[in-house]
Design a protein around this ligand. Structure first.
Ligand code: FES
Ligand code: FES
Length: 158
């Protein structure tokens, strides 16, 4: 197939990539080293591949890479790391909300998109926004505690 070149801002840095026309954004991200974004269902159903595109959480498995052209994309690598974690990552770890960890990057990205827009997000807001993020391990109670602790409504800081 004909390769195309696209350019977009990835984790605050403008970058160009050669892509296949039918390549998905998650395939592009993972082959370029952004493996914190996890491929679960590959059908837009589990949220493990969530990234933030122009401020909104989007499942990268159902977005073609060319659709990112000219846009701003944030992945978990741009949010925080072991040495400098984002408050959401710290809260997830502290609450024991991570077991296998496969769902965690998608949950953090989806929650971050919500808190960026609405720092005082309520429990109901989190429920609505994260209803597409599945976790097979935790039962969600600890995840809910962790996310809520980052809302300014509960004195948290995102
Ligand atoms: S891998 Fe994208 S939604 Fe499940
Ligand atoms: S911690 Fe394992 S799927 Fe959520």
């Amino acid at each position: 197939m004909n390769m195309k070149t696209i350019t977009f801002t990835l984790n605050r840095k403008e970058q160009s990539f050669d892509i296949e026309p039918d390549e998905t954004l998650i395939d592009l991200l993972r082959r370029t080293g952004h493996t914190g974004t996890k491929l679960g269902c590959d059908t837009g159903m589990c949220g493990s591949c969530a990234v933030i595109v122009d401020g909104r959480a989007i499942n990268a498995c159902i977005l073609f890479a060319f659709q990112a052209n000219g846009r701003t994309v944030e992945t978990i690598e741009g949010v925080g790391d072991f040495d400098s974690p984002h408050p959401l990552q710290t809260a997830m770890a502290d609450a024991g909300a991570v077991q296998c960890g496969f769902c965690t990057p998608g949950i953090v990205m989806t929650a971050k998109a919500l808190l960026d827009e609405k720092p005082d997000a309520s429990e109901e807001d989190f429920k609505l926004h994260l209803d597409g993020n599945l976790c097979r391990c935790t039962g969600y109670v600890k995840i809910k505690e962790a996310l809520l602790s980052c809302s300014s409504a509960t004195g948290g800081e995102s």
